[in-house]
Design a protein around this ligand. Sequence first.
Ligand code: ATP
Length: 270
Amino acid sequence: SRATVFDKNNGTPVTFKDVAGLAEAKVEIEEIVEFLKNPQRYTELGAKIPKGALLVGPPGTGKTLLAKAVAGEANVPFLSMSGSDFVEMFVGVGAARVRDLFKQAKEKAPCIVFIDEIDAVGRARGKNPNMGSNDERENTLNQMLTEMDGFGSNNGVIILAATNRADMLDKALLRPGRFDRQIYVDLPELTDRMEIFNVHLRRIKVNSKLDVEQLARQTQGFSGADIANVCNEAALIAARNNKKTVDWNDFMAAIDRIVGGLEKRSRIIT
Ligand code: ATP
């Protein structure tokens, strides 16, 4: 098959310790870990386990990380695909990839299926009638809906999908029995940014006087991905200058570089 589904559960699994901040999202997602670990607890009482949840939030805030952590905590395989991988020019390819993904999921159950950028397939139907490939995208979306409906609940497969534009999604995707739960993953506040720094500073030899709270204050509006970038960039700058540890000045230089990048990004968007 041509689908690029891969099992990323080899190597060290991601756990909740790797995900900083996001306290509310973690509480909701912990329930999904329980569904995977102890399904009988729910099914014996006659409860239907949800088939899927939608992770909603800006880019780089940890949606993929959180989905991987669910698989890591429950110790089940993680099958992942991006919505854009389903959007193909050739008729039937997208739908075939959807079928293939769900087939693999059934074989590997219990498991997590993660669909990043679901909006690439799941945009509301009937918009942009001028775009030629729209019919094909609708076929793919219909196949996804069919697969989700065909799935019994309580079969050990939970589908997580990520988007930064839940408002653009076809309402059919959000109906009960599909992605009927939404979990918000927002940009981090000050204390969350401190936690994110602490996660990423674990890997780095930092100067003992480094003030993490001040770093968090200097990075308002940064996503978790931006902060991970700052830490790595600071270490590169320190290495370039032959330092033994990474210090405040290296971090300030790294933040300047990333802010420069962010400004460029928003200038392109606006
Ligand atoms: P996108 O919408 O762009 O796909 P995303 O929300 O899925 O982004 P991730 O891919 O999960 O973001 O995050 C990218 C990287 O940023 C992570 O691998 C991690 O290194 C870092 N990161 C993001 N959020 C957090 C967080 N809450 N705690 C720790 N690290 C984080």
